[in-house]
Write a protein that binds this ligand. Sequence first.
Ligand code: G3P
Ligand code: CA
Length: 266
Amino acid sequence: DARAGSALRPSVIAHRGASARAPENTLEAVDEAASLGIPWVENDVQRTKDGRLVVIHDDSLRRTTDAEEVYPGRAPWKVRDFTAAEVARLDAGSWFGAGYTGARVPTLEEYVDRVEHHHQKLLLEVKNPELYPGIERQTLEVLSNEGWLDRRHLTNRLIVQSFSADSLRTVHELEPGVRTGLLGMPAVADLPGYAGFADLVNPSYASLSPAYVSAVHALAGPHGKPMKVFAWTVDDPATAQAVAGYDVDGVITNKPDVVRRALYGY
Ligand code: G3P
Ligand code: CA
């Protein structure tokens, strides 16, 4: 049961799902994280031509689907130039391995349903929000329709993150109960300005230091609790141990099984 790992600190977060073992951002990658007993999954949300939210990392379909073969002549295969029905026809698994032929690009609704099914927690990234005006409101509407804006989900199951501070501020203003994470590593002097609407600061591990982590922890976020740090993307066991030693609150990894073993021995 994925709930078993919930008490761990730092949390182990499956980046794009368990994406070293199953194709990133698919339901199969959520299932794989669940079968490993990993409670947290991270994903990336973008928008189709007809306004549906779908889970995919790149703003193009090219790398992780067979769009080039299915829709020749529609270069550069931007997500926003295809309808949801067109995206639903694509194979998002074959590029990763023959065993995953037929995996799809999930809609956000399908994705949230699967996370709920496994009793997991969701670190939802609003990706490239500058390309998709209004995506914050729309994401919150989907989450609301899915029952993910109740107290239980807000306090324990959901974090919305983005590289865009403007986007997170919008999320916070629209739905103040939602916890938010600012991706990147702003200067320490600028952190108080973000504490008004960001509960977490989520930097790349490469430039992170213990001093930075404690500077974040010293501030109270918008819900009155110390701001947290989830570091990405750590796949190497020794690096995971080092980053955990910085006192981070979460480690985002493509290899959640490897990182959990490195940190907790199982
Ligand atoms: O969760 C952190 C990480 O996902 C941010 O970078 O490009 O993998 O979305 P990226
Ligand atoms: Ca991401």
